[in-house]
Design a protein. Structure first.
Length: 164
């Protein structure tokens, strides 16, 4: 399988997608989205990553973020996934027997080359649950940055400032 190329030295906002193993719909099980958010926040604090948007869907996650220049973002996403999975199997699903694989190996990213593209990706995150039929309107979905952008501050994951 060919290696995916990541362009880490362009100083651009990135739209990142990673999926659960075999796209199993496990990301919205009780306690699971909280783990994704906790480990994304921890990585943000540790590596000075700015987050502008996100959505946690049943089988995948989208993040809109700005890593520091030169950061190997794939390694950081791997760290988020690894730490989250370890905690998941230790606390949420300790009785799982057999292969303990939570995530697909790869992540996919897109360099946002303009402010309009960043806005497009944030809006994509917000509308993804509606498009999939999980909710009627974006504000009904708890696991995205939509409500933060609508002025609510009691949300699972506060974003860094970005004008929509």
């Amino acid at each position: 399988m060919p290696r995916l190329r990541h362009y880490d030295n362009l100083g651009m906002v990135r739209f990142v997608t990673f999926s659960s193993y075999r796209r199993g719909k496990c990301l919205l099980m009780p306690g699971t989205p909280e783990l994704v958010v906790r480990h994304a926040k921890a990585a943000g604090a540790k590596y000075s990553i700015r987050f502008f948007g996100y959505v946690i869907m049943p089988e995948h996650v989208h993040l809109v973020l700005l890593p520091p220049d030169g950061m190997k973002l794939g390694l950081v996403i791997r760290e988020i996934k690894s730490k989250m999975a370890r905690e998941y199997f230790a606390t949420v699903a300790p009785d799982v027997i057999g292969r303990r694989i939570f995530w697909q190996k790869r992540c996919y990213d897109h360099n946002c080359q303009s402010v309009d593209t960043v806005r497009e990706k944030i809006n994509y995150c917000h509308n993804n649950p509606v498009k999939r039929g999980l909710v009627r309107i974006p504000g009904e979905y708890a696991w995205s940055s939509y409500n933060w952008y609508k002025g609510k501050r009691e949300v699972p994951f506060a974003m860094d400032e970005f004008e929509l």
